[in-house]
Design a protein around this ligand. Structure first.
Ligand code: DGY
Length: 428
């Protein structure tokens, strides 16, 4: 068998663009926000300095209002649509998108600060002000008064692009009739059946047009934009990241910002129940304007352990869904509920297993006393990679690889979590 550790290292080297790493050639040819955070975990198994460089280059793309964009464009590339000329953000030192992505960064920085001694703490301290500014951005610009929890304005911002969770918000918005015609590039590099539909893309681009037409004023985009949903994924990841940022603030003796972060945590803890869909018995996405709940168990629903929220009963119900789903699939936690009619095992966020979500879910489970289930998730990821290689995501029933090949976060999480050559297997 070809050594998978060596293959993973070769993928990260191949996707290195000089201090930052693209997710995969052609399909995603720039630096992506949460990808880089997970990639840094893998890089740190080989070279701490290079791992920090990945994160520092991500933060270089921070916009003036504090947002760290979902994509940093250091150049244009004909392989990708929509590129910098479509977004036209003009709101920071580098070109980027006008939306963000799940804020995993603080959690990875805190992990390095805990495990790399003085050097790790020093580099974490240097990044702290900008990470704080980014979290402040989520708590102000993306928290509409009517919701009291962090929300999202675009399915791309959630990272779970075409998850059926977003159908409610997309159905309630119109496609902008003045949108210019465009040519998708993603379906030239991947099987169109595994990518979002044309109708979804038209809506995605309409939201981009709204943001651009309003000069990327993020208050306007959140409060008046075409799409506004509350995502348990962003909510749980941000709450976890706030807890990790608070730990950093305490290490550095930053008392004033520690109080500010504590207030975000208290507020989020008291608002977590707004995601609880009593009828369905799970934490679910909901539309802010219509208050309609999504009815389906996504992999974001399982992140309540990672955020350390939920009553005993809510956690038990969550675990019951996970056991039910495990009985219907073979590998890991699927991105959507296999009992839902909209489940498709190879269609991007409508079913496949995603390694970074499984990593976070397992980390939460192992911290909250569910070590056996966490270990099964690690083992399942190991198995699908052995079976199919380093794909973007995997069919949770057959284990077949889907969409992008030689994928950086899959290689990184192999090195940092799933590889049998690791001595410590609980998630970093
Ligand atoms: C894409 O282009 O599919 C990305 O997910 C957007 O971030």
């Amino acid at each position: 068998m070809v050594d998978l550790d060596e293959q993973a290292i070769a993928i990260l080297q191949k996707n290195d663009r000089g201090g930052f790493t693209i997710p995969t050639a052609r399909l995603y040819p720039f630096q992506w926000n949460w990808d880089s955070a997970f990639i840094a975990l893998g890089l740190a198994t080989m070279d701490d300095d290079r791992a920090w460089r990945e994160l520092e280059m991500l933060v270089e793309g921070q916009a003036h209002d504090g947002m760290i964009p979902s994509i940093i464009f250091r150049h244009d590339d004909d392989d990708y649509f929509p590129g910098p000329n479509v977004w036209q953000t003009n709101n920071g030192p580098l070109d980027g998108t006008g939306i963000s992505q799940p804020p995993v960064l603080a959690s990875v920085v805190a992990h390095f600060a805990k495990t790399q001694g003085e050097t790790g703490l020093k580099r974490a301290k240097a990044l702290y002000p900008q990470i704080l500014q980014w979290h402040r951005w989520w708590h102000t610009y993306r928290t509409p008064e009517e919701a009291e929890v962090v929300c999202t304005v675009h399915p791309w911002e959630t990272g779970r692009d075409n998850c059926p969770d977003w159908n409610i918000g997309l159905r309630n918005m119109a496609t902008d009739p003045d949108s210019e015609s465009y040519q998708r590039k993603d379906i030239e590099h991947a099987d169109p059946a595994e990518r979002p539909t044309q109708e979804e893309y038209d809506k995605y681009i309409s939201i981009v047009k709204f943001g651009r037409d309003h000069g990327w004023n993020q208050h306007v985009l959140t409060n008046q934009g075409p799409f506004l949903m509350a995502d348990p994924g962003i909510f749980f990841i941000l709450l976890r990241a706030d807890r990790d940022l608070l730990w950093l603030a305490e290490q550095f003796g930053f008392e004033e910002s520690a109080r500010e972060i504590e207030s975000w945590i208290t507020q989020a803890e008291s608002a977590a129940d707004s995601f609880w869909n009593e009828e369905y018995g799970a934490f679910c996405a909901w539309d802010v304007r219509t208050k309609e709940f999504s009815h389906g168990f996504s992999n974001a629903s399982a992140l309540c352990f990672y955020a350390d929220v939920g009553t005993t009963q809510q956690r038990e119900k969550t675990l019951a869904h996970m056991r039910r789903i495990a009985g219907r699939t073979q590998f890991g936690q699927s991105s959507w509920d296999p009992d839902a009619p909209s489940f498709e095992s190879q269609h991007y966020w409508c079913g496949p297993l995603w390694c970074q979500m499984n990593y976070m879910i397992a980390k939460g489970l192992s911290e909250q006393g569910e070590g056996q289930l966490a270990e099964k998730m690690r083992h399942d990821l190991k198995q699908v990679i052995e079976l199919s290689g380093f794909y973007e995501c995997f069919d949770p029933i057959s284990g077949a690889g889907c969409i992008g090949r030689d994928f950086s976060w899959t290689a990184a999480l192999w090195l940092a979590w799933a590889s049998p050559s690791l001595t410590q297997t609980s998630p970093a």
